[in-house]
Design a binder for this molecule. Structure first.
Ligand code: ZN
Length: 237
């Protein structure tokens, strides 16, 4: 991140808020509350419910329109595309079983990157970034089990922490590992009740970062990675 970017906090906040609103809407869609072909409530209604500005809602809708989830019809409104049901599954890499050695390697890399990221985030995160980590954490507490959605939201949480480390290389390394991480998290997600456990572990990480306690953040992240590793190894061994 350049010095200029770090100094102008407003656009960063806008961007993450927009992403969060987009995630909320996706969660709403995949919960079945809104289906393919349905019309979305008007912008002002969404803004009121989400307690954000209309500009943010508009940006989020634009993002989802660009990614092919929604269809904006001029002078009419915004609709869920008929093809929406295939959207998530197109993006989703269904978990394949990893070998025990692959699991070990992934966990070693995650430990190297994400434990450091958690420490740095506790030291360097802006209030907006802490808020974003908090929202990503809350989003994971969804009522119905949905492996695709859970995996995405879990991943978002970890990316939010990497970005809050203010080490751009670390954050882009995390992004380049996207597919591997996706695979890994989806595999862990197949274990029953893992969402409750994950939500608790994510809360501990978030609390430590929000309290600006690098040692506690490191400890919580190590614990989180160790628990998911144990779960996965039970499956593959
Ligand atoms: Zn996680």
């Amino acid at each position: 991140m350049s010095v200029e970017n770090r100094l102008s906090l407003e656009p960063i906040q806008q961007k993450s808020l927009t992403e969060l609103v987009a995630q909320r809407l996706i969660a709403l869609l995949s919960s079945g509350a809104l289906g393919p072909g349905d019309k979305l409530p008007p912008e002002r209604e969404l803004a009121k419910q989400l307690e954000v500005g209309r500009t943010t809602v508009r940006e989020a809708l634009k993002l989802l329109t660009l990614s092919g989830v929604l269809d904006a019809r001029r002078g009419d409104g915004t609709y869920v595309r008929q093809e929406f049901t295939s959207f998530l599954s197109q993006q989703f890499h269904w978990p394949v079983l990893l070998s025990a050695q692959e699991v070990d390697e992934i966990v070693e890399v995650r430990n190297a990157l994400e434990v450091k990221a958690a420490r740095l985030a506790a030291e360097r995160a802006t209030p907006e970034e802490i808020e974003r980590i908090g929202v990503c954490r809350q989003l994971l507490q969804i009522e119905e089990r949905d492996l695709e959605l859970e995996t995405e939201l879990d991943l978002q949480f970890h990316h939010a922490i990497a970005e809050a480390s203010h080490n751009e290389l670390l954050s882009s390394l995390m992004h380049s590992l996207q597919d591997v991480l996706h695979q890994y998290i989806a595999l862990a997600g197949q274990m029953t009740d893992v969402v409750d456990t994950t939500a608790r572990e994510h809360l501990a990480i978030y609390d430590a970062i929000a309290a600006r306690d690098p040692d506690a953040a490191e400890k919580a992240m190590v614990e989180h990675l160790t628990i998911s590793k144990t779960l996965i190894l039970k499956m593959v061994r």
